[in-house]
Design a protein around this ligand. Structure first.
Ligand code: ADP
Ligand code: TRP
Length: 315
């Protein structure tokens, strides 16, 4: 392990949508396949319990997301794929960063403000400290680059601040200053309300699940709004899958263009859909991959947390 590290995760909160794919996952695959980095891709389950959830459902969502990762092409021979909560060193490091982070910095976080509005009855400490756990996820593996969508840039900046606060306080050069790595499509917009980011938190007609059936693609894209912002968003989506599009993007003929886009995307994800079904049927295979990922991630995490505890004077 001596290449630069890349770290990223997605919360298991439901099906992956086109924004997740174009903003994050697609980039992960390119990075993994470049062979230039040590890659850590995980399932951010501890982050996801900061929102209201059902425990039985959560277990399924974690497994499904693992299937999504593998079906999309994450390869356990090339990347370390694991579940966040299975490497508890990350919560230890989060505690250490808690002691370095001014409360005012967390109060500024736009995601915290949005989520606090969305779940006004459950503004818990975890929601508030969410970006600190994210900083720990990244810095535990000394992640220099963090491939995420636009909405996560502020959190990666806080991660860089945590690295600086730590290095300055303890007069070391231990952590790298992490930077976000964006794709050409870092912010896909909602199909129905294109002034908002495509997000699972909006109703399901706002987003396209990448494992949805072709009929649903046609229906949802057919109903996408054709305002200037809506057309711009569809054009971005069209361009991203251009290789699969059997026709031109014509803003004068949106009904036809929408059909071309729906068909192109459905074709692009046909292989993904088939592979995901196979992984879902082979539970043991998937769990074995996660167990191996845990072992590899934890070996590094344990070594690093030991060094960190020495630096801060508790070991
Ligand atoms: P959601 O907002 O739907 O809950 P997540 O927060 O689980 O999505 O995001 C997982 C990853 O996908 C993150 O890297 C995030 O930045 C990226 N992402 C989410 N929505 C979009 C979008 N609309 N466009 C581009 N990237 C996105
Ligand atoms: N907060 C990220 C999201 O909502 C998920 C996440 C958790 C993450 N830990 C991370 C992303 C570390 C990148 C690196 O999408």
């Amino acid at each position: 392990m001596n290449k630069p590290s890349i770290v990223s995760g997605i919360q298991p909160t439901g099906p992956l949508h086109l924004g997740n794919y174009l903003g994050a996952l697609k980039n992960w695959l390119e990075i993994q396949n470049s062979g230039k980095y040590d890659c850590f891709f995980f399932i951010a389950d501890y982050h996801s319990i900061t929102e209201d959830y059902d425990a039985q459902e959560k277990r399924k969502q974690i497994f499904e997301l693992a299937c999504d990762y593998l079906a999309a092409g994450l390869d356990p021979k090339k990347s370390i794929i694991f579940i966040q909560s299975q490497v508890p060193e990350c919560t230890e490091l989060a505690w250490i960063f808690n002691t370095l982070t001014p409360v005012a910095e967390l109060e500024r976080m736009t995601q915290f403000k949005d989520k606090s509005q969305r779940q006004a009855k459950n503004i818990n400490m975890g929601l508030f400290a969410y970006p600190i756990l994210q900083a720990a996820d990244i810095l535990l593996y000394k992640g220099g680059l963090v491939p995420v969508g636009q909405d996560q840039v502020q959190h990666v900046e806080l991660t860089r601040d945590c690295a600086r606060w730590f290095n300055n306080k303890y007069k070391v050069k231990y952590f790298p200053e992490s930077k976000p790595l964006l794709t050409e499509t870092p912010k896909i917009m909602s199909l129905l309300a294109p002034e908002n980011k495509m997000s699972k938190s909006l109703g399901d007609k706002h987003w396209l699940g990448i494992d949805e059936l072709p009929e649903l693609f046609a229906e949802k894209i057919g109903k996408a709004v054709s305002t200037p912002a809506g057309i711009e968003n569809l054009k971005t989506i069209y361009q991203a899958f251009k290789r699969k599009m059997a026709g031109e993007f014509n803003p004068e003929k949106m009904a036809e263009t929408k059909k071309i886009i729906a068909k192109g995307i459905a074709d692009y994800f046909a292989d993904f859909r088939a592979k995901k079904e196979k992984f879902k049927e082979d539970k043991k295979f998937v769990l074995d991959i996660l167990a191996e990922g845990r072992q590899k991630a934890q070996a590094i995490a344990q070594k690093n947390i030991k060094e960190i505890k020495k630096i801060i004077g508790v070991e």
